[in-house]
Design a protein around this ligand. Structure first.
Ligand code: GSH
Length: 212
């Protein structure tokens, strides 16, 4: 039985994949494991009743395994690894939390209205730590092979690049060449190209949060 997955539809474009990094993480895992799946695009502003019945919290992604709908990208990725171990995307435990503070730091800086609140510096610190890690262990977090931690970080770095570029005219500094190469490597993958949201939808998705 083919797997089924519900992901966010783009705001104002219900027929294309939207800007949810957790949904893209789950899709990337399916793609990298070469699994076939049926895609359901969910308009989060007008959730259909059938979706609310299978996802009581109303969140995406949710994946149907053996007739049971499972929410939460952490659980989904873990279940996919368990049920479909080849190719393995397991990240060695010592590398599993590399880059994990980048997304919250990015969101804080993006929403910040005070240039002196330290949020830019905090994000830079996280990106510098990633640079050092990649310099020592790259090109991926765990070395030569892509693993789950890269598939979690990829959509988040994509949002960071687009949203900070648009709303703050900010770029990842050029003195972080390994981070730049890492982003290029991730974003150019076939799995990423197939599952990414369009730039304009990422911007539209962040707009209400930035202007809140
Ligand atoms: N911890 C969850 C987070 C999922 C999540 O927050 N999804 C957002 C979209 S990116 C959502 O469905 N929000 C519900 C809504 O906007 O109504 C995961 O990793 O899957």
């Amino acid at each position: 039985m083919a797997l089924e997955i519900c992901v966010k539809a783009a705001v104002g474009a219900p027929d294309v994949i939207g800007d949810c990094p957790f949904s893209q993480r789950a899709l990337l895992t399916l793609e990298e494991k070469k699994l076939s799946y049926k895609l359901h695009l969910i308009n989060l502003s007008d959730k259909p009743q059938w979706f609310l019945e299978i996802s009581p919290e109303g969140k995406v992604p949710v994946v149907k395994f053996d007739d049971k709908w499972v929410p939460d990208s952490d659980v989904i990725v873990g279940t996919l690894e368990e049920k479909y171990p080849e190719p393995s995307l397991v990240t060695p435990p010592e590398y599993a939390s590399v880059g994990s503070k980048i997304f919250p730091s990015f969101v804080k800086f993006l929403k910040s209205k005070d240039a002196n609140d330290g949020s830019e510096q905090a994000l830079l610190g996280e990106l510098e730590a990633l640079e050092e890690h990649l310099k020592a262990h790259g090109p991926f977090i765990a070395g030569e092979k892509i693993t789950a931690v890269d598939l979690s970080l990829a959509p988040k770095l994509y949002h960071l690049e687009i949203a900070l570029g648009h709303f703050k005219k900010w770029k990842v500094p050029e003195n972080l060449p390994h981070v730049h190469k890492y982003m290029e490597l991730l974003f150019s993958r076939e799995s990423f190209q197939k599952t990414k949201a369009a730039k304009e939808h990422v911007i539209l998705g962040w707009e209400p949060k930035v202007n809140a």
